[in-house]
Design a protein around this ligand. Structure first.
Ligand code: AMP
Length: 282
């Protein structure tokens, strides 16, 4: 695996590979890698010729500075896992490599309602930061295929919209969520949980499963309320939202929603001071 810390040599190498006709796959991450990330890497390795992973904890997408400060960093372990999987290229930039300007150019990304609901509502500025970093990374790597996890469902929809807005020739591949045996969605933030909180955190998945299994026989609003009660009974301190939305637009749905419409149930809640998110397609 070749490790690039600077943008220019990375771009030169990738341009050479593009000229040779290689198909480039890209897996952007914030590190503290786990099996969920590795599933994206494996999917890229299967479908492309060259797999590029980036590890960059993007300050622009943290609306809470404390969350940024305590974000887990495990670079040696990450590099070991990436090499073992057969990753071809790792881009491991410093902040100044991505944001060289003293005041980074911050274009408007017109995401519409997609940027306002769910995470957009509870983490103001988060998706703008995601768009800023993805705009820059996609222009540096210029991949044919981009691999992202369904775990961050709204982020996938936002990046899909960004690709359209920027008119980039990138294929977005959404990889299903990788879970612990308990059902808990794997996440770098799980490292910050005590053993007890980690065991209880499966309540978030159980609550979404309750919605999925009963969505055909009870009103969605009642199911969301029941799910919130389950999350708090499991030991979560606070729930930001539990909602059922249109799977394409993420518009929130009420009890009169068309039964045929593809839907997704999404939730965000805090346990032991750590904010977790999860979702299930219904
Ligand atoms: P992160 O490092 O948390 O920014 O995640 C980097 C990429 O890995 C994103 O596309 C995530 O959606 C994806 N990812 C994170 N956790 C999982 C998981 N449990 N299963 C599948 N993909 C995941």
């Amino acid at each position: 695996m070749i490790i690039f810390r600077q943008r220019e040599p990375l771009e030169q190498k990738l341009q050479q590979l593009q000229r040779e006709g290689r198909r480039i796959g890209f897996v952007p991450t914030m590190g503290a890698l786990h099996q969920g990330h590795m599933r994206l890497i494996e999917t890229s390795l299967r479908h492309t010729d060259v797999t590029v992973c980036s590890i960059f904890v993007n300050p622009a997408q943290f609306n809470d500075p404390k969350d940024f400060e305590k974000y887990p960093l495990t670079p040696e372990n990450d590099i070991r896992q990436l090499i073992a999987a057969g990753t071809n290229i790792l881009f491991l930039p410093e902040v100044r490599e991505i944001y060289p300007e003293a005041k980074p150019y911050s274009p408007d990304y017109p995401l519409g309602q997609l940027g306002q609901v769910l995470e957009g509502k509870y983490r103001p500025g988060h998706f703008h930061g995601v768009c800023m970093v993805m705009d820059r990374l996609l222009h540096m790597v210029r991949p044919h295929d981009l691999f992202m996890g369904q775990k961050d469902y709204q982020q996938c929809m936002v990046v899909k919209k960004l690709i359209n807005l920027l008119q980039l020739p990138v294929n977005l591949n959404i990889v299903p969520t990788c879970r612990e045996n308990s059902g808990l969605a794997m996440s770098s933030r799980n490292m910050l949980l005590s053993d007890l909180d980690k065991a209880n955190a499966t309540g978030l998945y159980q609550a979404l499963l309750h919605i999925k299994e009963n969505s055909w026989k009870a009103p969605l609003s009642a199911l969301c309320e029941q799910a919130k009660a389950k999350i708090s009974a499991a030991g979560f301190d606070k729930t930001d939202y539990v909602e059922v939305c249109d799977a394409d637009t993420l518009a929130p749905l009420g009890d009169d929603a068309d039964p045929e419409l593809p839907k997704v149930a999404l939730a965000a809640a805090f346990i032991g001071g750590v904010r977790l998110i999860d979702n299930l397609l219904l």
